[in-house]
Design a binder for this molecule. Sequence first.
Ligand SMILES: CC(C)(COP(=O)(O)OP(=O)(O)OC[C@H]1O[C@@H](n2cnc3c(N)ncnc32)[C@H](O)[C@@H]1OP(=O)(O)O)[C@@H](O)C(=O)NCCC(=O)NCCS
Length: 196
Amino acid sequence: MRIEVCAPPERIAGLKMHPDLNIFRPPARQKQALVEIAASPDGCVTLATDGDQIVGYAAFHRPDPFERWGRDETGGIYELGAVEVAPAYRGQGLARRMLKETFETGRFDDKVVVAALYYWHYDLERTGLSAFAYRDLLERLYQSVGFAVYPTDDPDIYAHVENALMARIGPRAPKEVKESFEALRFTHEEGPWGCL
Ligand SMILES: CC(C)(COP(=O)(O)OP(=O)(O)OC[C@H]1O[C@@H](n2cnc3c(N)ncnc32)[C@H](O)[C@@H]1OP(=O)(O)O)[C@@H](O)C(=O)NCCC(=O)NCCS
């Protein structure tokens, strides 16, 4: 299996999407989303390919403006939006290799990359893992490339113990980017029960 770091949009468009890459969206729609991310000036889509088929991907992009992280004004906060490997290819280290090889380019060393772990994205059915065991799996995977778990008052995260906020603070991330990340972790807005 080949890892293609930050593949160009034309390359992604010319490949087939494995039919079981369907955790986030139906495969055709997800492929289109990956092409759009790769075509955006700040996007990066790293692929795992088997011949002319995409069997896994990791997508990095700037946060959507309507999200909490989208309020960052430094331009230095990025999101690891999705990592997915087709079930038949799992457990072979592809997710780990995609992340390792992307970060080894140094492209994100002056950035803060956030990853929100939401249990509603966990593939509990096909792994047979509990939500906690699955969160541990993801924490270990992301920690292997320098992410750590951070507390936050984001209600989508703290309302569910199976969820977590992880981030990788790049070794060359400027002070203002780190400060922006700190400020956005706790915005002291009203939570889902109005108790903040
Ligand atoms: C999470 C996911 C991307 C992992 O892909 P993968 O290529 O199988 O992962 P790797 O082979 O690189 O393994 C990464 C770690 O997970 C562990 N792991 C993978 N599958 C596992 C399973 N079914 N049970 C227990 N551990 C497992 C591996 O042992 C490894 O940990 P280790 O290095 O500490 O041993 C894949 O399961 C997937 O696509 N899941 C659905 C989408 C998802 O949950 N994405 C993450 C949130 S955006």
